[in-house]
Ligand binder design. Sequence first.
Ligand code: 6PG
Length: 477
Amino acid sequence: TSAQIGVTGLAVMGRNLARNFARNGYTVALHNRTAAKTRALVEEFGDEGEFIATETAKDFVAALERPRRLVIMVKAGEPTDAVIKEFAPLMEPGDMIIDGGNAHFADTRRRERELREQDIHFVGTGVSGGEEGALLGPSIMPGGSPESYASLGPMLEKISAKAEDGAPCVTHVGPDGAGHFVKMVHNGIEYADMQLIAEAYQLLRDVAGYSPAQIADIFRTWNTGRLDSYLIEITAEVLKHVDAATGKPFVDVVQDQAEQKGTGRWTVQIALDLGVPVSGIAEAVFARSLSGHTELRAASKDLAGPTARPLGEAEAGAFADQVEQALYASKIVSYTQGFHEVAAGSEEYGWDIDLGAVAAIWRGGCIIRAAFLDRIRAAYDTRADLPSLLSDKTFAQEIGAAQDDWRAVLVAATRQGVPTPGFSAALAYYDALRADRLPAALTQGQRDFFGAHTYRRTDREGSFHTLWGADRSEVQA
Ligand code: 6PG
């Protein structure tokens, strides 16, 4: 017998993905750099389905039916290139190499181009949902050729998460690096979501005076409404958790320095290159990095702050409702920014990404899964060329209704000295987009003054320069 799919790299994500394929009736060839992991998987989970354990690269490739479907689940970067170098020479035209790691899409584009010369389909694939998702159904974002999706798609649809309407959370995102690009932006949005939730938590704690357990209950309530999402749900779990060793809230015994592996940072770096304002995502990345600057924080301990006065019990409940509004409004903005980046990437690289389909496959399985994403899908279904999520009538109306409370929350935060970079950046974005006139006109004037960089006028075509150092008359540039 031969395997319909093979997985190499059997750390937790690879192992669970392999089991997921097997549990869905596929015969799965297994390979790992150290064979002990392969044996352990078969020993522990061999009864879940059909596995073919192999030790050498040659045996692994030989175990696969043709065209071969070989999934690599190793660390992004060098290790991925090393594995490709090992397997590609053993493969034949028409075979597929599927990279399910968190690769940078530019690497994926390069690898796809290189392997295409050998007629091998390289399918950079975003996989989201953590360990549990990989096993029970992740959200899957494959790029690569349409031919490869024709062969792989049905299998991915089978192992993927299903949205509430039963639709599989996988689609052919677009050619070459499109899948990994979309996964990158997913992670950027994940960072923003997490930061906004963190700010809501801190406001409820420091301004409203709630305890972590009380805040867990508030989040639980929010999770039954329009904020219904995996991240809100697990936030309540984390906040409720009590440290066994000390009896203190778990959140109080964890060091307050957030780490990151890089996908959020990439989202911002690429947005800068594409000229897309993703200020909310950027603030989320910066907030993590600031938290880690312990020396800087220690050196700033004595900086003056306002005299904080927590709200009384009577006001706290109403404030919590306002925080919900601020959180929801800011969330609309970060998704607006994220989808703008996907649209810009699609345009830049000619991927023709269907934004509604992206929203649809994020409804289940992935870390940012939320009821909200079905609304985004609906917005793009109504109008595929929506210039911005904020131009969707429903979202515009909702954010408009939330804005007074959103501002009130930021007033309170500012008065009390609680940092809210995510909420604030989101509101600034909203207000800037709404503005009739931006001070960018003044910026243009300054640029023309010191560097003769020219400006355009509101009333006439063409570029102009004012002779600032002479009689200040205007000349056509
Ligand atoms: C997912 C996640 C995952 C990511 C972790 C950790 O979609 O399953 O995005 O891919 O690796 O969330 O990311 P950081 O370590 O950068 O926080």
